[in-house]
Design a protein around this ligand. Structure first.
Ligand code: ATP
Ligand code: MG
Length: 188
């Protein structure tokens, strides 16, 4: 196989890359940076972002354990379909429960589709100081409850394919680490 063939194969290989982590951890920011880089290299890329998905695919679902699980499984279902058609699907979605994440991984394995779990491991102190959507402030003011990592569970991934200490490096460095992970798996 020539170098051109290998590069083509890497571009054509689909996979789901799930970025899990606390609110304001940097999941969306890092996913968008990686998406831009991959698109520039000729990959087909889709970003299934939590907020956008909740508006359509998961409209009507709330933030109970059951609804969070349904949300994650639905996203996983769509991601697998896309990935099976050669798309790199980046999923910056909190996905707080280990068993929901495991179900998505298994679903991909059953279909022979690549799946990588990335923990964006920004500590809650940093996340709450960023507070991009004002959720931490609302929780502190008693206007909201069930905030992941504060008064709702976040089960830290025990064995992710990659853990990014995103607060200790730049967005470009985090995206670069993810890109290196994909390259190591023959995907980029
Ligand atoms: N090193 C860094 N890596 C990632 N994001 C960073 C970094 N430093 C600062 N930020 C900022 O932190 C914020 C992270 O917000 P972002 O929306 O990406 O979080 P999120 O994990 O998607 O949160 P949510 O679950 O609420 O959607 C952005 O405003 C981003 O610019
Ligand atoms: Mg986000």
């Amino acid at each position: 196989m020539t170098t051109d063939d290998t590069e083509r194969e890497r571009r054509m290989s689909g996979a789901t890359i799930w970025l899990t982590g606390l609110p304001s951890a940097g999941k969306t920011t890092i996913a968008r940076a990686l998406a831009a880089r991959l698109s520039g290299e000729g990959h087909r890329v889709e970003v299934l972002d939590g907020d956008e998905v909740r508006e359509f695919l998961s409209a009507g679902l709330g933030f109970s354990r059951a609804d969070r699980d349904t949300n994650v499984r639905r996203i996983g279902f769509v991601a697998q379909l896309l990935a099976a058609h050669g798309v790199k699907v980046l999923v910056p979605v909190i996905a707080p429960y280990a068993d929901s994440r495991e179900a998505v991984r298994k679903h991909h394995q059953q279909h022979g589709t690549g799946y990588l779990e990335v923990h964006v491991a920004t500590p809650v102190e940093v996340c709450s100081a960023r507070d991009v959507k004002g959720l931490y402030a609302k929780q502190a003011a008693g206007e909201l409850s069930g905030l992941t990592g504060v008064d709702d569970p976040y089960e830290v991934p025990a064995d992710p394919d990659l853990r990014i200490e995103a607060h200790a490096q730049t967005v470009e460095e985090s995206a670069g680490a993810l890109h290196a992970l994909l390259a190591g798996r023959g995907l980029a």
